[in-house]
Write a protein that binds this ligand. Structure first.
Ligand SMILES: Nc1ncnc2c1ncn2[C@@H]1O[C@H](COP(=O)(O)OP(=O)(O)OP(=O)(O)O)[C@@H](O)[C@H]1O
Length: 234
């Protein structure tokens, strides 16, 4: 399985945001997408999911081009988004989240039992309202809700946002478990500690284009590039 994105253009009424993005990710690998605020990372994930309509380019999952397809068709083809801010439903229980998402299941890879093993806290709290979970637990639920649909590619938008370091470590372990199952991950993330821990490769977006690409060890050996493109000291 591979996802190949070529020359992707997309934006909003007030203008184009992505000006021809290329990226590739394979089964069982994690690609991190980095960039300064406003670079277009969320727009990229939302375009891959069909929530923003591309104006040009291709999004090939194996031999199917999904560019321009509706989100439900993209989900059925095997792409799932864990959105920025998690978007869980506060007044719905943990179990109901998984039951509702499980109706859209396209593969039996991630069963409820398997998700319970990966997220024992969600199993314990299955009858609680999601709004009563901690931020970390809500993020686990958002990831579980994506996995239960049986995706081949999971798009994660800033999963560490607002979480304590120990909880971010758990997110890292979760991403490792997801890729070990053969699923590909595209991770948009500001926390470089998490990125360096889980990503095989890194693509940096600047002003809607790919400014840099490297495997993670090479990126770590090049702090000047990280500083120039991201404004951070690694
Ligand atoms: N719904 C929208 N309508 C119009 N413009 C938008 C919309 N969403 C984002 N934009 C604009 O698109 C550009 C890219 O935003 P985007 O959220 O994709 O960046 P980002 O790299 O994810 O930033 P951050 O790291 O802050 O989340 C910004 O200029 C933003 O103002």
């Amino acid at each position: 399985m591979s996802l190949r994105v070529r020359d992707l253009h997309a934006g909003y009424r007030n203008g184009e945001v992505l000006h021809g993005v290329d990226l590739d990710v394979e089964a069982g690998r994690t690609l991190a997408v980095l960039g300064r605020n406003g670079a277009g990372k969320t727009t990229l994930l939302n375009t891959l999911m069909g929530l923003v309509r591309p104006t040009r380019g291709s999004v090939r999952l194996d031999d199917r081009d999904l560019a321009g397809a509706r989100p439900d068709r993209i989900a059925r083809a095997g792409i799932a988004l864990v959105p920025q801010g998690r978007r869980i439903w506060p007044t719905v229980t943990v179990r109901e989240h998984l039951v509702l998402a499980g109706r859209r299941r396209t593969s039996p890879l991630w069963t409820v039992e398997r998700l319970n093993d990966l997220f024992p806290v969600l199993a314990e709290r299955r009858h609680q309202l999601a709004g009563h979970l901690s931020g970390g637990e809500q993020q686990m639920l958002a990831i579980a809700r994506a996995l239960i649909t049986g995706p081949r590619v999971v798009l994660l938008d800033e999963p560490s946002e607002g979480l304590a370091p120990a909880v971010v470590d758990r997110i890292g372990e979760t991403i490792d478990a997801v890729t070990r199952s053969g699923v590909a991950v595209i991770l948009v993330e500001h926390d470089l500690h998490l990125v360096f821990r889980v990503a095989d490769a890194i693509t940096v977006i600047a002003r809607g284009t790919v400014a840099h690409r490297a495997d993670t060890p090479a990126f770590r050996r090049d702090p000047e590039t990280a500083h120039r493109l991201l404004g951070v000291t690694t």
